[in-house]
Design a protein around this ligand. Structure first.
Ligand SMILES: [Zn+2]
Length: 217
């Protein structure tokens, strides 16, 4: 099963990807992880990526695509994969399609997690992290047992700058704008499945599994 997950930051892609990876026994691939892996491996490609990331610039499409190519050639991806956070642009989507075609493969389904802005904002602005051990809390769904204090190491919890309301709202809008062409691209290929989250309490993984029953592998 070759899958792509689309959704705003805070939509729950990460959790869903983990669940599906476990159920189908295929790896979850996020671009961030891939880039960090390439840098750590110290390959020719990794060195290029490191220079660009160190300069603070966005890693260009052709480099990302080259890393994806390298990744997909590995044995762990032969039975399928779940992309989370890639492709981000239509050009990346086209390149991925061509890459897979060379191997006689294709994307089986693209899952779009549609979550209302209010829910995403609520989720992210209620997120607190421990700067010391990295544990993540949510004041609504997973609060620490003592207010503002990490259960694991007793450090004072903080809100990441990325999780402040105005930043979250802006990221959501940027996401909508950037993803619209991708959604259109996969709609035309008739492999886009939209999962609509209404209150945020739904069992999204189960909803996705139901949808995937209709997908031919
Ligand atoms: Zn801690």
């Amino acid at each position: 099963m070759n899958l792509i997950l689309l959704g705003a930051p805070g939509a729950g892609k990460g959790t869903l990807a983990k669940d599906l990876a476990k159920i189908f026994g295929i790896p979850q691939i996020s671009t961030g992880d891939m880039l960090r892996e390439a840098v750590a491996a110290g390959t020719e490609l990794g060195k290029k990526v490191k220079d660009i990331m160190d300069s603070g610039a966005l890693v260009p499409d052709d480099l990302v695509n080259a890393i994806v190519r390298e990744k997909l050639a590995r044995p762990e991806c032969h039975n399928g994969f779940i992309f989370d956070g890639y492709p981000r642009t239509k050009s990346q989507a086209e390149s991925l399609e061509n890459l897979l075609k060379e191997d006689g493969k294709k994307i089986d389904a693209v899952i779009l997690l549609e979550v209302p802005k209010e829910i995403v904002v609520k989720r992210l602005t209620n997120r607190r992290i421990c700067p010391h051990c990295g544990r993540i809390y949510n004041l609504i769904t997973m609060p620490p047992s003592k207010e503002g204090i990490c259960d694991g190491c007793s450090s004072k919890l903080i809100t990441r700058d990325d999780d402040k309301e105005e930043v979250v709202t802006r990221r959501y809008e940027v996401y909508l704008e950037r993803t619209a062409p991708l959604i259109e691209f996969y709609k035309q290929r008739e492999i886009l499945f939209t999962i609509t989250v209404q209150n945020g309490d739904e069992d999204v993984t189960q909803m996705v599994l139901n949808v995937l029953k209709r997908v031919r592998k």
